[in-house]
Design a protein around this ligand. Structure first.
Ligand SMILES: [Cu+2]
Length: 191
């Protein structure tokens, strides 16, 4: 029951992506979060979050491949379906809360990294673990139905984190092995 509900929602979202929506605003435009605080399958909700709230959807196109199970190569082969989709690309400096929904079929996470001057998103070096250097991470949302760092956000669940962001450019990434290289990054400008 739970699985089928999530699959339906994710499949609908994937269709919107295929239709060519820009990544920014996708979640808001589709109402992908329903009441904007509940996980895609309703398995958990975020508490009231302080500061500016940014909704982030983590997508892998997995639903298009039939949902659960393996097929990692398949997901990548779908082409550009592994994404970090934020409800906005610009926020004011100060307290910012990220409410992160995993709409895919794989475990994901959100890590907030400063974007070095002169570097574009997606350009970080990938190490031998198929991950990137997170040593300058400001915060991450990687806990299923919880705040802050954990073991990853399960499919259909949400996580959240609140962080004080100074003016600057940031990169929102998923650093599960291979996911950054597969396209899970997005730029956030703090003004
Ligand atoms: Cu990921």
């Amino acid at each position: 029951m739970r699985l089928s509900t999530r699959t339906l929602i994710v499949a609908g979202s994937a269709t919107v992506v295929l239709a060519g929506m820009s990544t920014v605003g996708w979640a808001a435009a589709t109402g992908g979060f329903r009441d904007a605080a509940t996980a895609p399958n309703g398995q958990c909700s975020a508490p009231a979050l302080s500061g500016t709230v940014v909704d982030v959807t983590l997508a892998d196109g997995g639903a298009m491949m039939g949902g659960e199970g393996g097929m990692m190569g398949g997901y990548y082969a779908v082409g550009g379906m592994m994404r970090v989709l934020a409800s906005t690309s610009q926020v004011a400096a100060g307290s910012v809360s990220f409410r992160v929904a995993n709409a895919g079929s794989l475990v994901h996470e959100l890590v907030i990294l400063p974007l070095p001057a002169g570097q574009a998103v997606g350009e970080r070096a990938v190490n031998s673990n198929s991950s990137v250097d997170e040593s300058d991470s400001l915060a991450e949302a990687s806990r299923t139905c919880g705040a802050g760092a954990g073991d990853g956000i399960n499919p259909g669940a949400i996580g959240w984190v609140t962080v004080n962001l100074p003016v600057g450019n940031y990169e929102l990434i998923c650093d599960r092995p291979g996911h950054y290289a597969a396209g899970m990054f997005s730029e956030l400008t703090v003004t």
